[in-house]
Design a protein around this ligand. Structure first.
Ligand code: GTP
Ligand code: MG
Length: 149
């Protein structure tokens, strides 16, 4: 079963969108295997966005995810990484499908509500960055047999 790292960014927490977004993941069929509210410090923020170091938006983006608490989560399911990215929508809310999370709740690329891993390798890296193995819970969820063959 695939796992992906999802983070509700500071704007999601401040705007009271946490429950709404979690509900979208639950209804889609994902299984929650880890979750915590955290204040991201600079070391972690820079590590998270390491691939963007040197770009113009690096420092503002790092500053933004440190600006207020975030909700870090791991969601599991068949093809979880790609399906979560679909549910989130394009990076820039101006181009996001209107039914997607960023399409529904976002206005600007620099305040786009949610982060999700962009590949299996990123998911493994990001999960390890934010969670200890014992913070992730492997369990059977009722109804799993109705989600796929
Ligand atoms: P994340 O899930 O947050 O990683 O978004 P993403 O994978 O859809 O986009 P990417 O990893 O390319 O960029 C990371 C974050 O940096 C985005 O979510 C944006 O908030 C920000 N960002 C990316 N590109 C731009 C840009 O061109 N301008 C600005 N202002 N911010 C950007
Ligand atoms: Mg990304």
């Amino acid at each position: 079963e695939e796992r992906t790292f999802i983070m509700l960014k500071p704007d999601a927490v401040q705007r009271g969108l946490v429950g709404e977004v979690i509900s979208r993941f639950e209804k889609k069929g994902f299984k929650l295997v880890g979750m915590k509210l955290i204040q991201v410090h600079r070391g972690l923020a820079e590590e998270h966005y390491a691939e963007h170091r040197g770009k113009g938006f690096f420092e503002p983006t790092v500053g933004y995810i440190m600006s207020s608490p975030v909700v870090a989560m791991v969601w599991a399911g068949k093809n979880a990484v790609a399906l979560a990215r679909e549910l989130m929508g394009a990076t820039n809310p101006a181009n996001s499908n209107p039914g997607s999370i960023r399409g529904m709740y976002g206005m600007d690329i620099s305040r786009n509500v949610i982060h999700g891993s962009d590949s299996l390798a990123s998911a493994e890296r990001e999960i390890a960055l934010y969670f200890k193995p014992e913070e992730l819970i492997d369990y059977k969820k009722a109804g799993e047999e109705w989600l796929s063959e």
